[in-house]
Design a binder for this molecule. Structure first.
Ligand SMILES: Cc1ncc(COP(=O)(O)O)c(C=O)c1O
Length: 380
């Protein structure tokens, strides 16, 4: 029989770290797709892009792709990041943020982490800006928006592009405004365990409406797909694209999930608030939470504590998964050449102390209560 190991077996007794959210009407949505000629990229992708722009992207153009990683790679190409260009990047993130830059041959300049929010450290960015800096890439860790006004100011002052990895922050707000408003490019992920999912999928949104046609071409080898559907030779390829597109199968699931987004968000928020309520007075724990300025997307609930390993083992004994989810990127061999003789004191401070607790729509509020109470029992 299939075993989930090293993850905990998914039984009635266990509480898993993540669980995909499958929309209620997924079967009828899929049946509709399979009764048409479009199972690859078709009209549902177009429909999704329009709805997404309105609901999540401040009416910016949206281009649906096969993953958040695709969206990042596409953003870097559209931002004209070239071999040798300096790009300031977060050291603490999913490796997907930084790996596409390796394909391009950009020079990654890692910025340290803010030890309280686990977002990119603004002071560290300021020290890294040079005349060769082409872009700043930042991640809203776990769904917690960065200091977007400050980032915007640095970018404007130095005439550099801002690329926002919002893979984890669908629906988050900064000063009551959609986060996409604050960056030149913003990407989202619909990977299996994100708030909404198409199994894998992503979305790229951007400010400059003039590059929409180009973005669509690069998504499809460099070909104008609509023109090609005419069936005659009028399609020279003048720029190198790739196959980044989303399918109508995926789009159908996302369209259904977007209808449920309010409920998904509020269920996750209730879990978040339950943890907060029970853990807020525990002096041994720092909660990575939002300020009054921002609204969190509730993707990850992260705590920082000295006895991380001890707690993780204890929770596991109760069949509760917890995880670090991401690891500092300078630990990976592929990034080694960018970190020689570099110091990241904040990252050093927190790297063994952060822990992500279960949060997903299959969980009950009583599960979060149970976990928080166990934490207070073990961490005094
Ligand atoms: C911060 C961050 N960036 C990028 C990605 C990549 O997204 P995807 O898995 O959809 O390619 C992820 C996701 O998993 C992520 O968490």
């Amino acid at each position: 029989m299939f075993k989930d190991f090293p993850l905990i077996r998914d039984t009635k007794k266990s509480i898993t770290q993540f669980y995909p959210h499958i929309p209620r009407n997924y079967m009828s949505a899929l049946r509709r797709v399979f009764s048409t000629r479009w199972v690859g990229q078709g009209p549902l992708v177009d429909k999704l892009e329009l709805i997404f722009s309105k609901k999540f992207a401040d009416n910016q153009p949206s281009v649906a792709v096969g993953s958040g990683t695709d969206a990042l790679h596409l953003a870097y190409i559209l931002a004209d990041i070239q071999k040798g260009d300096e790009v300031i990047c977060p050291i603490f993130t999913c490796t997907a943020t930084n790996i596409p830059l390796l394909y391009i041959g950009a020079k990654i300049k890692f910025a340290d982490v803010d030890p309280k929010t686990l977002n990119i450290d603004i002071n560290s960015i300021k020290k890294l800006v040079t005349r060769k800096t082409k872009a700043i890439v930042f991640v809203n860790y776990g769904g917690l928006p960065c200091e977007l006004d400050e980032l915007k100011e640095i970018a404007k002052k130095n005439k550099i592009l801002l690329i926002q990895d919002a893979a984890q922050s669908l629906g988050a707000l900064y000063k009551k405004k959609p986060i996409a408003r604050f960056a030149d490019f913003t990407i989202f992920s619909f990977q299996a365990i994100k708030q909404i999912t198409s199994g894998d999928g992503g979305m790229l949104t951007f400010k400059n409406k003039k590059i929409l046609k180009k973005a669509r071409r690069i998504r499809w080898f460099g070909i104008d797909r609509l023109a090609k559907q005419g069936g005659t030779w009028e399609n020279d390829i003048k720029e190198i694209g790739y196959k980044y597109q989303m399918t109508d199968i995926g789009a159908s699931l996302l369209l259904e999930s977007i209808k449920e987004f309010k409920n998904i968000w509020s269920k996750r928020r209730k879990i978040f608030n339950t943890y907060n309520f029970f853990l807020k007075d525990n002096k041994k724990i720092h909660i990575v939470d939002h300020s009054k300025e921002v609204s969190h997307s509730n993707w990850l609930y992260t705590i920082i504590l000295k006895k991380k390993d001890f707690l993780q083992k204890k929770l596991r004994n109760h069949f509760i998964e917890s995880n670090q989810v991401h690891f500092r990127n300078d630990r990976y061999s592929i990034f080694k050449k960018f970190v020689k003789n570099k110091k990241f004191p904040n990252m050093d401070k927190v790297e063994n102390n952060y822990l992500v607790l279960p949060i997903h729509t299959k969980m009950k509020i009583s599960d979060a209560k149970k976990i928080a109470k166990l934490i207070n029992f073990y961490i005094k």
